[in-house]
Design a protein around this ligand. Structure first.
Ligand code: SF4
Ligand code: SF4
Length: 271
């Protein structure tokens, strides 16, 4: 029997699980994610571990953000904070609102990381509503790109930042000395120093959930299905089908970090 992949776990199944546990899966994730759950899968670990089953079997994870679907509700930001215990004032994922005006100005807004949504509704794409009104606008959720070529890993002096066999970039909080080099090196602003732990933090694609066969919290919480996560090495997975049938882009491709987080509908003005 082939191992379960996150694509096999439906949103409905997840929500049923949350309902049965009174939402404790989110709470437990918040409490314990900082240490033991963010280790490299070790040979000889729990035989039921999906991480162990995946190693060597060619699973490579990817993430797609469909900016044409995002409604800027902020559910993903709130779910991430609850799941991962992200301190107030910091974000592992955030949503930016891009608004374009007739004079060529581009306004980028992300109040509180978009956690509480946006006061102004998203202007309709490509349909100007008046001479002074914004011409168009859209939302761009951001998170760690889980780059293939990682400046954040390269600068770490103690080897605390690492990449799993499935392509997930993680931080070993036992090793991290909190020097902040990786925070400076990431050209996407994806990392921060956690004031509670004194170590580097960032989006893990909810690795602690993925190794249990669950989807990342932000993916589950998104009502617009603007976030897609899965095994890109499986041609039958949802994410592979989406990648095969859409034109996708990455942030700051000119930097050559080769992000695994890809975007649909990304405007050229997006930074
Ligand atoms: S987005 Fe930043 S933190 Fe994430 S893998 Fe790339 S360089 Fe590292
Ligand atoms: S939950 Fe989905 S629709 Fe809402 S802001 Fe996040 S990505 Fe956009």
């Amino acid at each position: 029997m082939s191992p379960i992949t996150p694509d096999d776990v439906t949103r409905r199944e997840f929500l049923e699980t949350v309902a049965k546990t009174g939402g404790q899966s989110f709470l437990f994730g918040s409490l314990f994610v900082n240490t033991a759950l963010l280790r490299l899968p070790q040979a000889g670990a729990d035989p039921k571990s999906r991480a162990e089953a995946e190693v060597g079997k060619g699973i490579v994870y990817g993430f797609v953000v469909d900016t044409t679907k995002c409604i800027g509700c902020g559910s993903c930001v709130r779910a991430c904070r609850a799941e991962n215990g992200v301190p107030e004032g910091y974000n592992r994922t955030w949503v930016e609102q891009y608004t374009f005006y007739p004079d060529g100005e581009v306004f980028v807004n992300s109040p509180n990381g978009g956690e509480n949504g946006f006061a102004d509704p998203a202007p309709t794409r490509n349909k100007p509503t008046g001479p002074e009104a914004p011409m168009r606008g859209f939302f761009v959720p951001k998170l760690c790109n889980h780059c293939i070529d990682t400046p954040c890993i390269q600068v770490c002096p103690v080897g605390a930042s690492f990449k799993t066999d499935e392509g997930v970039v993680l931080v070993d909080h036992e090793r991290c000395v909190g020097c902040g080099y990786c925070v400076q090196a990431c050209p996407f602003g994806s990392r921060y120093l956690n004031p509670e732990t004194g170590t580097a933090d960032k989006c893990t694609w909810c690795h602690h959930r993925v190794i249990k066969g669950l989807l990342p919290a932000c993916v589950v919480s998104c009502p617009a299905e603007a976030r897609i996560f899965g095994n890109v090495s499986d041609p039958e997975s949802t994410i592979s089908r989406i990648l095969a049938t859409n034109r996708v882009q990455v942030l700051k491709s000119f930097l050559g970090t080769r992000p695994r987080t890809r975007y649909i509908g990304l405007d050229s003005e997006v930074i």
